[in-house]
Design a protein around this ligand. Structure first.
Ligand SMILES: Nc1nc2c(c(=O)[nH]1)N[C@H]1C(S)=C(S)[C@@H](COP(=O)(O)O)O[C@H]1N2
Ligand SMILES: [Mo]
Length: 229
């Protein structure tokens, strides 16, 4: 014959267990909420719609906050590295360079796209012709007012007929959220190559991994032909 379970303690134990579960639940809710806020904060910088503001089909992405503020009085675009004549262009000088318009589609590697985007800006050769490429120059590294976001293009990629440095979208100066004063536009590659708030173009002998490439995405971000994780 076995001994039946103790009936007296059972009650107390049940109540304790109940209280323990309630306490765990409350703490889970508490930590859950805190964790969720942390997660949405991170996702703002990671590829996700969660927490990223949406504007006309665009998700506004950044990796730091607040978004950079561009001051036309003090802004300079530096072109340096393997060049004969380093440049420091004011916003006005940049806008005075030969300008081009184009309409191209934009694709983020996470799956959203914006078709028929109207861009205005300058082709990269306009800048690099003025700076003068030194022998061995093969790639451009783009720096941003938003550190530590960077990316790079080979000079061949930068000289694709539809690659450009854009200072206007839809006929309006680039908005702060879209990267004022200038952003890289490379329609044949995924959006992460398109550094916003560009303030520096350094000519180098080899491309370097950009912000998202250091985190696993392909450096050769060809639309439809790269890893997209
Ligand atoms: N400085 C900077 N540039 C950036 C990013 C960023 O987080 N910071 N995100 C990139 C990615 S992944 C995409 S898809 C586009 C999004 O452009 P939008 O923010 O104008 O929609 O910006 C690209 N350029
Ligand atoms: Mo993206």
């Amino acid at each position: 014959m076995g001994t039946p379970p103790e009936p007296l303690d059972g009650r107390t134990y049940g109540r304790r267990a109940f209280l323990a579960v309630v306490a765990a639940g409350i703490s889970a809710l508490w930590w859950g909420d805190t964790a969720w806020r942390g997660v949405t904060h991170v996702l703002n910088g990671v590829f996700s719609a969660v927490g990223a503001p949406v504007e006309d089909g665009w998700r506004i992405y950044s990796v730091a906050s607040p978004l950079p503020t561009f001051d036309p009085a003090t802004y300079r675009l530096r072109v340096d590295g393997m060049v004969e004549r380093p440049l420091e262009l004011t916003y006005a000088q940049l806008r005075a360079l030969p300008r081009v318009h184009q309409v191209s589609d934009f694709h983020c590697v996470t799956g959203w796209s914006v078709n028929d985007v109207h861009w205005t800006g300058v082709r990269f050769h306009e800048l690099l012709d003025r700076a003068g490429l030194k022998a061995g120059a093969k790639a451009l590294t783009f720096g941003s007012l938003e550190e530590p976001y960077i990316d790079s293009l080979t000079i061949d990629e930068a000289f694709l007929p539809d690659s450009m440095l854009a200072y206007a979208m839809s006929g309006e100066p680039l908005s702060r959220s879209h990267g004022a004063p200038v952003r890289v536009v490379v329609p044949q590659m995924y959006g992460y190559k398109g550094v916003k708030w560009v303030n520096r173009i350094t000519v180098v002998s080899d491309p370097v991994d950009g912000y998202w490439e250091q985190r696993g995405y392909d450096r050769d971000a060809w639309v439809g032909r790269s890893n997209g994780l």
